[in-house]
Write a protein that binds this ligand. Structure first.
Ligand code: MN
Length: 378
């Protein structure tokens, strides 16, 4: 029986990961969440892991009390997440949201654990560090994000050195076709209404600003070891083509399916098997038409900011990520307007000098400085 440990189990990816585990009889040895003790308790009683962890340390006692009759070991904080990442399982599934996911990833790699990765910040902030450590430890990283899973699937049976470019698709988000002046008064409710994908709050706002595509652009650069110049972003409004690869012979292989995260989650968990999945089959004739467009880099400054950040390298990807994370929180709290998110991302590129990233500490330092920058500039 295959075994996994999972952090971020109460989020959108986490709950769907558990559905896949249930369907395919995968043993869940550990669960971790940020603060949702109620749902974590329910999951723990259903999946009976040996250990659970609550990141928010103030909730440790509450969780321990809730599970006191189960014999399940309860951990807390970053130390707990890292203990879970080091557990002896077939796969460490990281679906935490934000920078908090980076250290557990590095810990899993140090212990030689293969990783199914949904946490974008791991590669955005620590791409070079993570990929070189994974290579050194011979650790495989299976992408869960739908676009990267698509590219990973298209590469199967093909030679990496015969790839001409990666074609990363975007849905365009709820504000596709809009210009800046039309986005001045966007409310959090409007930004949270995504046309195709149902996801957590942070990533839904990132999809509205196209920051999400920017983060994915950076992720793709590291995950597939490709020059940013050779990644093209295109909009597919229907989110049916999940991404594609162009090879040296100009043959393009794409991966398609209905927009449902269970497909990429299951592929990462069961790789290389393709077993039955609880999703709707794709019907081309129901769609009738698939539409494609170029992304609007002028309106969506978060996307152009990310592309510039990875071209420059160093700590810039980490900085734009941290600036965005802070800005999204402020926007959801009604403290800054929608367009200010992109503005802060672009301006941070001018505000910071080139900073080196040679260690986890370097990343933490750049991350903190970027968050401080946002607090000083609103
Ligand atoms: Mn995605």
């Amino acid at each position: 029986m295959k075994t996994i440990s999972l952090i971020g189990s109460t989020g959108s990816i986490g709950t769907q990961t558990l559905q896949v585990c249930k369907k395919h009889n995968i043993k869940v040895r550990a669960l971790a969440v940020k603060k949702n003790t109620g749902l974590l308790e329910a999951q723990a009683r259903e999946f009976l892991p040996e250990v659970v962890c609550i990141y928010e340390e103030s909730l440790y006692k509450e969780l321990r009390d809730r599970l006191s009759d189960t014999g399940i070991k309860v951990l807390c904080g970053m130390e707990g997440l890292c203990e879970i990442a080091s557990l002896d399982t077939d796969l460490f599934v990281n679906s935490a949201v934000g920078m908090v996911g980076l250290l557990p990833t590095l810990t899993a790699i140090e212990h030689g654990r293969d990783i199914a990765l949904a946490n974008k910040e791991t590669l955005v902030a620590g791409g070079h560090l993570v990929m070189s450590a994974a290579e050194r430890k011979n650790v495989r990283i299976y992408p869960i994000d739908s676009e990267h899973s698509a590219i990973f699937q298209c590469l199967q049976g093909n030679k990496r050195e015969q790839v001409r470019k990666l074609i990363l698709t975007a849905s365009g988000g709820p504000f596709f076709g809009k210009k800046k002046h039309e986005l001045e008064n966007v409310t959090p409710e409007q930004a949270l209404a995504h046309p195709n994908w149902s996801m957590g709050k942070k990533i839904t706002i990132d999809s509205a600003t196209l920051m999400n595509k920017g983060l994915e652009f950076i992720e793709a650069r590291w995950l597939f070891g490709i020059d940013p110049e050779n990644i093209e972003i295109i909009v597919n409004r229907e989110s049916v083509l999940h991404s594609a690869v162009e090879f040296d012979d100009f043959s393009v292989i794409g991966q398609m399916g209905v927009p449902d995260m269970k497909i990429p989650i299951q592929y990462a968990l069961l790789y290389p098997e393709r077993l039955d999945c609880d999703v709707k089959p794709l019907s081309f004739t129901d769609y009738g038409t698939l539409t494609f467009a170029k992304p609007d880099l002028e309106t969506f400054e978060c996307l152009s900011g990310c592309i510039e950040a990875i071209r420059r390298g160093g700590a810039y990807p980490c900085i734009v990520n941290a600036v965005n994370e802070e800005a999204v929180g402020l926007f959801l709290d009604g403290k800054i307007p929608f367009l200010k998110i992109g503005e802060l991302v672009l301006e941070s590129l001018k505000a910071f000098p080139m900073l080196p990233v040679e260690s986890y500490e370097d990343i933490k330092k750049a991350d903190s400085a970027a968050r401080e920058y946002v607090r000083e500039n609103i």
